[in-house]
Design a protein around this ligand. Structure first.
Ligand code: ADP
Ligand code: MG
Ligand code: MG
Length: 207
């Protein structure tokens, strides 16, 4: 993954969020406060203006700047969480390109940052339920001999499966937890945006 690929990833996320903003907001309307799509769209438009026209010398610089822009603009629970995640990912990638192995370690650091800040556990119906399976699937594919493209594609599939698996869960973190069992039967908005992020990664690194 080099600088151009990384920029393509961030652009891909921005496009996917714009395309699915209403969907994310509808999901959040069911179990939250109907702002997740709006929050994410605002965040990634700030990311875009932060990155536009700049030159970068490392992959990590792009991702830490993305995280800082998200933390300062998304608001809500997702802003600080995604902000920390992208900054943690970026901090690991200090060269002009990253190997699949380095990207795996960085994604794991991103997941750990979200868990540290949000204290959510698997099954709490949060973005962790897409992020965790995605990192596991990336690692499994890589250990099985897959290249970067196929590993990222496996991660995106797992993120989407994890996203769907949030439907029957009872929320234990964030606003949706106020609903208790009434949060059941609805897909988590943050797990859904995380699945978009991993699909965009798979598309950016596709051979
Ligand atoms: P808010 O709930 O403040 O309006 P958003 O609607 O932007 O923020 O984001 C809601 C999403 O944030 C949820 O769907 C969930 O995936 C995620 N989330 C909330 N709290 C946590 C947490 N403690 N750990 C991980 N993810 C969380
Ligand atoms: Mg919300
Ligand atoms: Mg909100």
């Amino acid at each position: 993954m080099d600088i151009d690929t990384t920029l393509a990833w961030v652009r891909g996320i921005t496009a996917a969020i714009r395309r699915d903003a209403d969907y994310l907001t509808r999901l959040d309307a069911a179990i939250g406060d109907a702002d997740h799509g709006v929050n994410m769209q605002r965040g990634f438009s700030v990311v875009r203006s932060t990155l536009d026209g700049k030159e970068f010398s490392t992959v990590g610089e792009i991702l830490t700047k993305t995280g800082t822009a998200l933390a300062s603009s998304v608001g809500g629970a997702a802003g600080p969480l995604y902000g920390m995640a992208f900054r943690a990912i970026g901090r690991q990638l200090t060269e002009p390109s990253a190997t699949a192995e380095q990207l795996l370690a960085a994604l794991r650091a991103g997941l750990e940052a979200v868990q540290k800040l949000g204290a959510a556990r698997p099954g709490d119906k949060t973005m962790i339920d897409a992020f965790g399976p995605a990192v596991e699937a990336f690692e499994k594919a890589l250990r099985g001999g897959a290249a970067l493209g196929a590993s990222a594609s496996a991660a995106a599939d797992a993120a989407e499966a994890g996203m769907r698996a949030t439907i029957p869960m009872i929320a234990r973190k964030g606003r949706a937890s106020y609903l208790g069992p009434r949060s059941q039967g609805h897909q988590d908005p943050g797990a859904t945006s995380t699945a978009l992020i991993f699909r965009a990664l798979a598309e950016a690194v596709a051979p």
